[in-house]
Design a binder for this molecule. Sequence first.
Ligand code: MF3
Ligand code: CO
Ligand code: CO
Length: 265
Amino acid sequence: MAIIIKNAEEVDGMRVACRLAGEVLDYVAPFVKPGVTTDELDKLCHDYMVNVQGCIPAPLNYAPPGYPPYPKSICASVNHQVCHGVPNDRPLKKGDIVNLDITTIKDGWHGDTSRMFVVGDASILAKRLCQVTLECLWLGIAQVKPGGRLGDIGAAIQRHAEKQGFSVVREFCGHGIGRSFHEEPQVLHYGKAGTGPELLPGMIFTIEPMINAGKAAISELPDGWTIVTKDRSLSAQWEHTVLVTDAGAEVLTLSAGTPPMPKLA
Ligand code: MF3
Ligand code: CO
Ligand code: CO
């Protein structure tokens, strides 16, 4: 399967689904406080997507080959959890960092975005990891333009993360997205500039770097979904869905509450 180029009408559908995904994060943000459980955040997001936005939460019952059906409507990955954290009944506590990853389906189109939240306040290291990972996301986005190569994105992300003494998770990557949750291409968060497919207007994919404070190695929990760092070091992730335009990039998952692009060196 090749990389699908979206036409103007298809891009319009993606714009709506993606903005709605961002708006779910805006909606849930004030609830991310010490004492709340990730199950409660899952229910809030589920009900907002279904009852307010008229969306389908894409994760619910999602079952790619080799995976059990995903049991919840969002992913909530706390501290050393890298991604695909399954919401549960443990309350968040002050000092936790948590990634909430939202994927909506609206009129058949998927919008995919995630942010880090600091619960109360957190350690200097935890806050720096969250900030550097946000910078990695935007450095990746800055590489997106027609004529660029997919490998330019990963190279920019890896360079920044490693310069800060952090490591890039290898096993999971960004992805094309549209009528399907996960399409070609795979968007690696490491690699070599000038390599990989050429970026063309109408391509839509996510960039979603997972950056660890310790080593890059990961393991999977027995639930078949939750990914953790092998050394139990902290991990952070931010995600946007991005369109390649004639001029460069359009970030489709922006919403009123999206943290602004950080100042990049
Ligand atoms: N939203 C994740 C991504 O960015 C995928 C989650 S799959 C799920 O690709 F089933 F865990 F929700
Ligand atoms: Co994604
Ligand atoms: Co996601």
